[in-house]
Ligand binder design. Structure first.
Ligand code: PLP
Length: 456
């Protein structure tokens, strides 16, 4: 469950994972690196706060000045097995010695085949599955759109308000999370329509809703006025919106979408790039909603940080011929080897741990937030938890205050803070994160409280 040696005592283990801030932040080395980076990096990058990472182990990231952080961001929900899990590192090293590249589009390679077999075996539908490996999440979405269009001979795509599916032109056309992600890049691909997504805030506001109003809008407005369902190839949805603010779709809404798809011969594509790979306590969030998609996209946590993604579809929809789709690097043997090790770790430790630690984290966050008016909602599933504030500035201030105390979190949506730690997180780390969150909240909502007064 942890990368710490079995011989290490619990107290020593705790000591090694506890955050430890030894310089001002950013420290001198971080400041120097940031200055060099900003001189040559694309200005489009949005660094959340001045973390300059040097190394990582398990739950901990150490920066270039020797400051130690507890990582509840996991590189945007990617480091599913923690940083540099020994089994993943060994798999990468062994494969690098054996073979680095061969091009799976043209040739066969054992790690590639085993990885797609394993992904096909955990596909969330009854029918036999086929898999195409990609280099990233956005490419998985591109491939899924292409497959859906090819198979149905239709062009239309329905996506959702607040959705995020990537930055390449097809995926970007579906992305509808923040306008700055689209501004200046048009024209995007045609025949994409965005439908309302049920954004339910049940914890404090009890906003209610089961998605029936949004389903009615899709049926009665979009399908009645904007696009005929017979022109729609696919409905693409994140079962839990990620970048949009960690909003789980209600089960009845997902079931309603499945019915609409069945009625009109439309494919249902579940984008589980953020919500998948065990983060919610099951391989895929959609499994907990009692719905089978036709295609599922995955990436992020699939190989513990190595760049690889996939789209997985029912056997009967892969009607395209040789040459219709391919990629030079995708399914690279080192990435596939890291993916196989990742699947083993998630299977044996991650799934049940994500459910148990998610419940512990959620109740801790709820306890801390109970009488903080600035917190509007706490929601999510397993280790995909979001805390929504009443303002963007509120979320930002707590994110910054947490960083200064040694806890890495990441904003999402308009004003939410996401907690997406590695799936191997243990009770001690969860409890430290809750404590630092409480201190950060106190410091951010009561600015006169000094660091010395509130924490590390
Ligand atoms: N889809 C979802 C749901 C995502 O959360 C993301 C990334 O945040 C993507 C697609 C795009 O993935 P990538 O950044 O690997 O291209």
């Amino acid at each position: 469950m942890t990368t710490i040696e079995a011989t290490t005592s619990p107290a020593a283990a705790q000591e090694q994972t506890a955050p430890h801030i030894v310089t001002e932040l950013p420290g001198p080395r971080a400041r120097a690196l940031i200055a060099r980076d900003e001189a040559v990096a694309s200005p489009s990058l949005t660094r959340a706060y001045p973390l300059a990472a040097e190394s990582g182990s398990g739950m901990v990231v150490t920066d270039v000045d020797g400051n130690r952080f507890l990582d509840f961001a996991a590189g945007i929900a990617v480091c599913s097995t923690g940083h540099s899990h020994p089994k993943v590192v060994a798999a990468i090293k062994e494969q690098a010695d054996r073979l680095i590249h061969i091009a799976a589009t043209d040739f066969y390679e054992p790690r590639y085949t085993e990885f797609i077999e394993r992904l096909a075996a955990i596909a969330p539908f009854e029918e036999k599955a086929r898999v195409f490996l990609t280099n990233s999440g956005t490419e998985a979405v591109e491939g899924a759109i292409k497959l859906a269009r090819y198979h149905t001979h239709r062009s239309g795509i329905i996506a959702f308000d607040g959705g995020f599916h990537g930055r390449t032109m097809g995926a970007l056309s579906l992305t509808n999370s923040k306008v700055k992600q689209r501004a200046g890049f048009g024209p995007l691909i045609p025949m994409v329509h965005h439908a309302p997504f049920p954004r339910i805030r049940a914890w404090r506001e009890g906003s209610g809703g089961d998605g029936s109003a949004e389903l009615a809008h899709l049926r009665n407005t979009i399908f009645a006025r904007q696009i005929a369902p017979s022109d729609v190839a696919a409905i693409v949805i994140e079962p839990i919106q990620g970048e949009g603010g960690y909003f789980p779709a209600p089960q009845s809404f997902m079931q309603g979408l499945r019915e609409l798809c069945d009625e009109h011969g439309i494919l249902l594509i579940a984008d589980e790039i953020q919500s998948g790979m065990g983060r919610t306590g099951s391989w895929w969030a959609i499994e907990q909603m009692g719905v089978e998609p036709d295609i599922l996209t995955t990436a992020k946590g699939i190989a513990s940080g190595m760049p690889i993604g996939a789209f997985i579809g029912r056997d009967s929809i892969w009607t395209w011929p040789p040459g219709a789709h391919g990629s030079t690097f995708a399914g690279n043997p080192i990435c596939a080897a890291a993916g196989l090790a990742t699947l083993d770790i998630i299977e044996s430790e991650g799934l049940s741990n994500a459910a148990a630690m998610g419940a512990r984290l959620r109740s801790g966050l709820e306890r801390v937030a109970a009488d903080v008016d600035a917190i509007r909602d706490i929601r999510g599933v397993g280790l995909m938890l979001g805390v929504e504030f009443d303002t963007h500035e509120g979320a930002e201030a707590v994110q910054e205050a947490a960083f200064r105390r040694g806890l890495l979190t990441l904003e999402c949506g308009e004003s939410s803070l996401r907690f997406s730690p590695p799936l191997i997180v243990d009770e001690g780390s969860v409890d430290i994160a809750i404590r630092i969150f409480a201190e950060a909240l106190e410091a951010a909502t009561r600015p006169e409280a000094s660091v010395a007064e509130t924490g590390l």
